[in-house]
Design a binder for this molecule. Structure first.
Ligand code: UDP
Ligand code: MG
Length: 333
């Protein structure tokens, strides 16, 4: 696969930590760990690797499987969240705990092929601080492809920062980017947007996104819509702007209406009908518009409210490391 690490001159040993958000991936984890080991082993002469698995409140055997993996590899850390907090928060928990020169964030269903992470490292060696893996192709249901396309199109149009298309959360982040990201504690998180927002030197690596190895997507329609809303509302005030535009447009229409009524009164008074239909239709129309717009306002106010509550983003129930004496209990961020 394209770039190789060996092409770059040998520098000092550096630490690299993988972060895997895990939600009901029991059937994928062993293969995932084995595939990642196959990629990292040849690079062990240059890097000290660490692996953080964030168990995002899985209800299957994931916790057990992770404990087994941690038992065989002391570089593995398992963070068990106290319930399901969602993908973006699970990744955040991993980033908060990672203490490495670079962090690689990767899904744990093998949709993000482990060999691509070596290419991310190669770009990092060239001096990039963020290397995101961009999908050249994806093996997803047609609906998911279509909705993703529409989402990225809208995002590109309205977002205040340039958020790359077709790039998920599969990416490498340099330590300084991770340090910066830790300062962003907003609740409705869209990490890709935040990463674009913090800046630094960013580049892309192309890859073909695989099908999920086992199990099914836990990104329900609801979670997907929520993520899309977090992306759009978190990085744009376009919906708010829409209110004023809508307002201008309606005013313009009513101005036309006034002209029409005056015209009828002056030039053809005999055709003027008592306008009950016009009034009732207008009433409903404007009522509808007002309620919709109140909804838009409300969603921003809701966000402000959630943020102002300042609750910790997540609570870690337990942190398990490869060696039992380093266990930590209960921690809140
Ligand atoms: N995931 C998670 N919490 C959730 C949902 C998903 O940690 O609430 C993890 C999941 O285990 C996987 C990654 O996030 O590693 C992406 O999820 P999924 O494969 O379901 O999403 P898709 O690839 O279909 O977008
Ligand atoms: Mg997936």
């Amino acid at each position: 696969m394209g770039a190789t690490i060996d092409a770059t001159p040998a520098g000092p040993r550096r630490t690299v930590t993988y972060v895997f958000p895990v939600y009901n991936e029991a059937e994928n984890l062993r293969l995932l760990h084995a595939s990642v080991l196959a990629v990292t082993e040849p690079l062990a002469c240059r890097y000290d690797f660490g692996f953080i698995y964030v168990d995002d409140g899985s209800t299957d055997e994931s916790a057990q499987v992770l404990a087994d993996i941690a038992g065989t590899d002391e570089r593995v850390t398992v963070i068990e969240l106290s319930r399901n907090f969602g993908h973006q928060v699970a990744v955040t928990a991993g980033l908060d705990l990672a203490d490495a020169d670079a962090v690689i964030v990767m899904d744990s269903d093998l949709q993000d092929p482990p060999p691509v992470s070596a290419e991310l490292l190669a770009q990092w060696e060239l001096g990039y601080d963020v290397v995101y893996a961009q999908r050249r192709s994806r093996q997803d249901p047609a609906f998911k492809k279509l909705s993703a396309r529409a989402f990225y199109w809208v995002l590109q149009k309205v977002a205040s920062v340039d958020i790359p298309r077709d790039a998920g959360d599969f990416r490498l982040l340099d330590r300084k980017v991770v340090d910066e990201l830790r300062k962003f504690r907003e609740r409705d998180r869209f990490l890709r947007g935040l990463i674009s927002y913090v800046g630094f030197r960013q580049t892309a690596v192309q890859f073909d996104r695989h099908e999920r190895h086992a199990g099914r997507t836990s990104y329900s329609m609801k979670k997907m819509m929520r993520l899309a809303a977090d992306g759009i509302m978190g990085f744009s005030v376009a919906p708010l702007k829409l209110i004023s535009r809508m307002g201008y447009f309606i005013s313009f229409l009513s101005f036309l209406g006034i002209l029409y009524t005056l015209g009828v009164k002056v030039f053809a008074p005999e055709t003027a009908v008592p306008g009950w239909a016009f009034i009732t239709i207008g009433l409903f129309f404007l009522g509808g518009i007002q309620i919709t717009m109140l909804g838009v306002l409300g969603s921003y106010i809701g966000r402000t409210y959630a943020q102002s509550q300042g609750r910790p983003l997540y609570t870690v129930a337990a942190v398990r490391t490869g060696s039992p004496d380093r266990d930590m209990e209960s921690r809140t961020r």
